[in-house]
Design a protein around this ligand. Sequence first.
Ligand SMILES: [Fe+2]
Length: 337
Amino acid sequence: MEGRILKCLLVTVFGLTVTVTGGMTPAAEQLVIYSGRGERFTRPVARAFEARSGVKVQSLVGSPNQLLVRIQEEGARTPADVFISTSVGVLELAREGNLLQSHSSPAVDRLPAAFRGPENKWFGASLRVRAVVYRKGRVDPSAIQSILDLAKPEWEGKLAITVSTNASFIGGVAAMVAQHGEPAVRAFLKGIRRNAGVNVFPGHTPIVSAVARGEVELGLINHYYFYRAIAKDAQAPIGIVFLDQNGAGAPVLIAGLAILKEAKHPEAARRFVDFVLSEAGQKVFAEVNYEFPTNPAVPAHALLPPRAGIKLAPMAATLDAGKIDRAIDLIKAAGMR
Ligand SMILES: [Fe+2]
């Protein structure tokens, strides 16, 4: 456990940015969230919950891996009630470390079993699909069927990827290990490293911009970065490919949340989880960030195709925390930045 958490920490690029929102109001019921998601998302969901529940939310925003280490170090003293993560793989590590508590409710029961952790100890809140953004007019999207196609020599110098320490990059590789096996992933990493060359970006937003400007022809991203760009500029000369639709299904990452075993406000924490899984909470994920809700009753944003129309890789692939370790080893072995 410790080894895994430390390994996660070693690949964390960004420092912990501490942002405490909301003041202390001793009279009101409170909730403390450690959020591995940015302010851009954490604030609207916290505000929506406060408005509905009257509970005052304080949040600490940082990288999921660093927050996990912090929760472990704080032990029984942790002020955190809820842990939000961009990847349920990190929540699974917390569960294995006995840092979480179970929760059952009608809202949890409605969540498909694939999106719930063992013993109902974590809950998937949204889906992020690994996808390709391409420059219209320069790339024939039918040339990219599988994620493995990105490693073909024809894309040398034309592909953009994030730094390999990016959590979504690692999560996507972990899903590929489960889907395609290690030899295929090794060859894939070698190929995309060559194809990307110097086009290794700190995050997904600059990848989409570089493709839109025609500096590169395609990029490996999470789907919502494409829709953010299209929402800002419907005329941007970019398109999206959902991968492996005729095969293994698109690699997918599940973002989610959990209640800490040492929560000081467990009742507020349970209400928060139920809110996030409710229609109102799920709409925040769909509307603020163009993610696919895990609650099947809530539709994706109108810009997106319906989730039922996209073939996703088996969810189990993203849940196996052991695959994250393997993915990191393979990425390091490929010598990626
Ligand atoms: Fe992201």
